[in-house]
Ligand binder design. Structure first.
Ligand code: ZN
Length: 314
């Protein structure tokens, strides 16, 4: 254990458990704020909103939603605290941890406890105490301290009406790993199965292989285990000559993957052997692509992947 960390933890303990307050509320519990809050939260419970229905309920009158507990004593938007409140700093623990080199804060969780329903006209004040500071902890986010603040809410008769425990983690983020220079983005990888392995292996040898039925001799593409004509499972391959024509095409504009050119002309290529395949068209402007144009096979590399592409034949 780091002795510096121990020292800070020990030092913080002197601030733990001290109740600081009161912090007064700007407004009493009131119907307009309840109505706004219920509308924002999508709540239409009549005991909060309809005086007649509330009177007929077990509450006997309107009540405020318990989960609005914290609402009633929030500081103003600019951090303004109502007059008569303590001016003591309730957050010295947080400031000391941050000053010791743990600048980041993340809220961990919050638990509320309600002792009674609040009603319009109730006027709350609250106190704050740092209930606990954990020893220094290592987490996925970084290294730091868990701090639990206990806020106690009292009414105009100084009776406790609810509590809130709010946990924070105050930490120093782990040093970022040295980021390697961005790799050239790779094209999407094909799904390669035992039935198509030969095709991709052939490309690595700079051959465009076409599957051929050993029984009826017909060629087929895309690859498959059985001949669609005679259902034979026996097959071998022939290498395409590379002479082809353009049967059809699209020019892809979206999505614009960083690994691909765009606009990206993609052809349905008819090989002179008779089978067709989909492949990229290169060395041709998208507007110059014409169905029936003669093409010739080439190969491009993308990492360990070799792909067939077709360019206009000379
Ligand atoms: Zn066959």
């Amino acid at each position: 254990m780091n002795p510096v960390a121990d020292e800070l933890h020990a030092q913080l303990q002197t601030l733990v458990g001290r109740e600081i307050g009161p912090f007064h509320s700007w407004d009493a519990v009131n119907e307009p704020m309840v109505r706004h809050w219920c509308e924002a939260m999508g709540i239409d419970n009549p005991v909060y909103l309809d005086e007649r229905a509330a009177r007929a309920s077990r509450h006997g009158a309107l009540v405020a939603p318990p989960t609005m507990l914290q609402v009633w004593s929030m500081n103003g938007l600019g951090g303004n605290i109502p007059p008569g409140s303590t001016t003591e700093n309730a957050y010295r623990v947080l400031e000391q941890i941050q000053a010791a080199g743990f600048p980041a804060i993340v809220a961990v969780n919050s638990e509320q406890e309600y002792l009674r329903y609040l009603r319009p006209g109730d006027r709350l004040h609250r106190s704050s105490q740092i209930e606990a500071v954990s020893p220094r902890k290592e987490t996925a986010l970084g290294v730091g301290y868990f701090v639990t603040e206990l806020i106690r809410f009292f009414d105009q008769r100084d009776e406790l009406v609810g509590t809130m425990r709010f946990r924070l983690f105050i930490y120093r983020a782990h040093a970022q790993a040295q980021t390697p220079p961005p790799a050239k983005p790779q094209r999407p990888r094909p799904g390669i199965s035992p039935d198509t392995q030969f095709f991709w292996d052939g490309l690595k040898q700079r051959q465009l292989l076409i599957q051929r039925c050993e029984d009826c001799g017909r060629l087929r593409h895309p690859p498959g285990p059985a001949c669609p004509h005679c259902h034979s499972l026996r097959w071998n391959t022939v290498a395409a000559s590379g002479r082809a024509t353009l049967f059809s095409f699209v020019v892809s504009h979206h999505p614009q993957l960083p690994s691909l050119p765009h606009p990206n002309p993609i052809g349905l290529i008819e090989l002179e052997e008779g089978t067709r395949l989909v492949a990229g068209l290169v060395d041709v402007a998208p507007e110059a692509v014409v169905i029936g144009m003669p093409l010739t096979l080439d190969f491009i590399e993308d990492g360990d992947l070799v792909l067939p592409v077709f360019r206009p034949a000379r």
